[in-house]
Design a protein around this ligand. Structure first.
Ligand SMILES: Cc1ncc(C[n+]2csc(CCOP(=O)(O)OP(=O)(O)O)c2C)c(N)n1
Ligand SMILES: [Mg+2]
Length: 365
């Protein structure tokens, strides 16, 4: 039978799990000084993350989704983007949001249930966290189309999980992105799990990157725990998109080292062994090993950074806890210019409920 088409999925890695260089480094990474901001952001992300979980455990924050083990992906995404590009994050992209200039106090506010936390002072046009799996793939493609129509050299960057690639929204989005050759970079953060569903049970496809070929553009696998590889592939994909070359799907291979969220207990569906086998591949110590070998990072640098991150997180927590909680009616304030009549009784009930709680009558338990 004659072959009518052939597709290949490439894989990129520069640093292996032991921090050894496996192929010549890209230009930016030859100067270790360029890697230090990435390392700092990864450590800050991890420090913030641990503190957010602690806040949730002590009743000071709503449900929180940790990015433990995935810090390199978000950091590289945020570092490679230009300020005028637009990020479409999920709930697990703190690293990217921090790199983009979203503040930790804003992120904590969001996780406390206050949508005002998504009204970023920094990257004004970045989208809020999308919890609805894969829905923001459509939003990103729509925004990329707007950039194209306006002839703006900007790129929409959408990060989503492995599980999201099983959703219709994802397929619809990549289909149009391919047809219209849109300036969008799709970053699939393959952390091997969609809550309790392992990657092997999500799809029979050998890779997630290959899904791009069905939509007419390239999909590439990247070691998502190698921040150099992630940063480099992001850069290449962003420049391609900016130059009119259309979309790219990057499948970032990583691993979720902790529970899905603070509302989950992963011990119920995966073994401690599975998790411990992935710890040696985690991204923070990998980059630290590399920097140390290059003579660009010392024990003193590390101690100083840990202290600095702890102080920055503490300041953000202070700012967050000091902000008064929003008034209950604000739940209804921002979605509609004029509240539909059908919602008015719900607002009134919320106000009654809040009033009862204030008085301590506790009739709602
Ligand atoms: C449309 C939709 N369906 C179901 C859910 C419930 N849900 C929340 S997270 C999640 C799993 C997502 O897995 P993945 O895309 O791999 O992202 P990860 O959580 O691993 O980062 C599901 C099914 C949801 N938020 N949205
Ligand atoms: Mg996942």
């Amino acid at each position: 039978m004659p072959v009518v088409a052939r597709f290949e999925v490439g894989y990129t890695q520069f640093l292996d799990q032991g921090g050894e260089i496996v192929q010549p480094l890209p230009d930016f990474a030859r100067e270790p000084g360029n890697l230090i901001p990435l390392y700092r952001n990864m450590v800050l992300t991890r420090t913030y993350d641990a503190r957010a979980v602690a806040l949730q455990r002590t009743g000071q924050l709503g449900t929180f989704a940790s990015s433990l083990g995935q810090e390199a992906v978000g950091t590289a995404v945020g570092a490679a983007m230009r300020p005028e590009d637009v990020l479409f994050p999920t709930y697990r992209e703190s690293g990217a949001q921090l790199m983009r200039g979203v503040t930790m106090a804003e992120m904590l506010r969001y996780w406390s249930g206050d949508e005002a936390g998504s009204d970023f002072a920094g990257p004004r046009e970045d989208f809020p966290v999308c919890v609805t799996i894969a829905a923001h793939c459509c939003h990103a493609v729509g925004v990329a189309r707007a950039f194209q129509i306006r002839r703006q050299p900007r790129v929409a960057v959408c990060a989503f999980g492995d599980g999201a690639t099983s959703k219709g929204d994802f397929y619809e989005a990549i289909n149009l992105a391919g047809v219209w050759k849109l300036p969008v970079v799709l970053v699939c953060v393959n952390n091997q799990w969609a809550i309790s569903v392992p990657r092997s049970q999500q799809t029979a496809a050998e890779t997630l990157a290959q899904k791009a070929f069905a939509a007419g553009f390239e999909g590439i696998q990247v070691d998502g725990n190698d921040v150099i590889a992630m940063r480099e592939m992001m850069e290449i994909s962003l420049e391609k998109a900016r130059a009119g070359g259309g979309p790219t799907l990057l499948e970032a291979l990583t691993y979720r080292l902790t529970d899905h969220t603070t509302a989950d207990d992963a011990r119920r569906y995966r073994s401690e062994k599975d998790v411990s086998e992935h710890w040696p591949m985690e991204p923070v110590s990998r980059l630290r090993t590399h920097l140390t070998k290059q003579g660009a990072w010392s024990k003193q640098d590390e101690e100083k950074l840990i202290l600095e991150c702890a102080e920055r997180v503490q300041a953000a927590v202070q700012e967050y806890v000091q902000k008064p909680a929003p008034a209950p009616e604000e739940l209804f304030s921002h979605l509609y210019a004029k509240l539909p009549e059908s919602l008015a009784p719900q607002r009134d009930e919320a106000l009654r409920f809040a009033e009862e709680r204030r008085k301590g009558s506790g009739s709602h338990g």
